[in-house]
Design a protein around this ligand. Structure first.
Ligand code: DGY
Length: 330
């Protein structure tokens, strides 16, 4: 039997599975993360941790958790966890890939269409009773999507799913950045690998799909945004700090780019106050990429499964530090 801490609300189904497996589960059924001090205290006797992307599992937490064997993050992104420090301490870490890929890609595309056709602005316009006549060239003219160029910054699982929607559904030409060429995707979608400057210069829509790492933090500054077409839109469903929000605001105000759609923010849940006040050609959502009932439940189930397998001394299917799992199973 292991002591498991579930740091925040994940619903009963996942907690029940952990209990049924015979573990002692402390379920903190709250929707706010703990403070760093609270988390450090809460992990003192814990063998297994189920956490969300808003829980910062840093060296202070790992040092406090002397018994910790496994962390199951209920998210595909794991920038909230110091993976290197966990690996040094022999702690397994898993995430929840695959189950959220299509849902997150749907959301990225929903934002792309919403910004291109100015859906939130149109909604506000209607509700304000401003639609008093049909005009040939109304104030809310949008952008075409069909047949345009879609630049995917980071052609991983979600980036590929966004590219597929663009190429197969909207006849878009796909450019992508990635550490290596993705031959299968190039063949399937007629996609082409480009350098970031090339991609920015040519794309009508730029979708950010890279993970947050020291290299991608503030990848999009004013300098980067200035390389985009003045008629282009930026869509970010990855992580907020990849875009320097103040610079994006400047770019929107100065019409350096046409528009932006953001699902993630630099200092979530806050967003730069100027952005909240900027309504024109800016769509914002509160980190809803994977937020459908089915997908969120699948993410919980995936995290729980990983944890149960890891605590049973086997290799969790979505382990991130495979070297630890392989060592343990040698
Ligand atoms: C993730 O899983 O990393 C998303 O940002 C939240 O679903």
């Amino acid at each position: 039997m292991a002591n498991i801490l579930v740091t925040q609300h994940i619903g009963d189904e996942g907690v029940q599975k952990l209990c049924e497996a015979g573990h002692a589960v402390t379920y903190r059924d709250e929707t706010e993360p703990m403070t760093p001090d609270e988390l450090q205290t809460a992990v003192l006797d814990v063998d297994g941790l189920v956490c969300l992307l808003t829980d910062r599992v840093d060296t202070a937490v790992l040092n406090a958790a002397a018994n910790l064997k496994m962390i199951a993050n209920v998210a595909v992104g794991y920038d909230n966890i110091d993976l290197a420090a966990a690996t040094e301490r022999g702690i397994l870490v898993s995430n929840t890939p695959d189950v959220l890929t299509e849902t997150t890609a749907d959301h990225a595309f929903a934002l792309l269409l919403a910004i291109a056709r100015r859906i939130p602005e149109a909604d506000t316009f209607m509700r304000a009773g401003k639609y008093d006549k049909f005009e040939m060239f109304p104030p809310l003219l949008g952008l075409d999507v069909y047949g345009k160029t879609l630049g995917i910054v980071g052609l991983g699982r979600i980036g590929t799913a966004v590219a597929r929607r663009g190429a197969l559904g909207f006849g878009m030409k796909v450019l992508y950045t990635a550490n290596s060429r993705k031959m299968a995707v190039e063949q399937e979608l007629n996609a082409a690998r480009a350098t970031l400057p090339e991609l920015l210069r040519q794309s009508d829509f730029v979708s950010i799909n890279v993970p947050l790492t020291p290299e991608t933090r503030h990848l999009f500054t004013l300098e980067t945004l200035r390389q985009m077409k003045p008629t282009a839109c930026l869509i970010n469903t990855a992580r907020g700090p990849i875009v320097k929000e103040d610079d994006l605001l400047t770019a929107l105000r100065e019409k350096t780019i046409w528009g932006a759609a953001l699902d993630v923010f630099e200092a979530e849940p806050q967003m730069t106050s100027g952005l909240a006040q900027h309504h024109e050609r800016l769509v914002v959502a509160p980190h809803l990429g994977s937020a459908t009932g089915d997908t969120r439940q699948k993410m919980v189930n995936t995290a729980v499964k990983n944890l149960l397998v890891g605590l049973a001394g086997q290799k969790p299917p979505d382990v991130l530090n495979t070297e630890i799992a392989d060592q343990a199973n040698e």
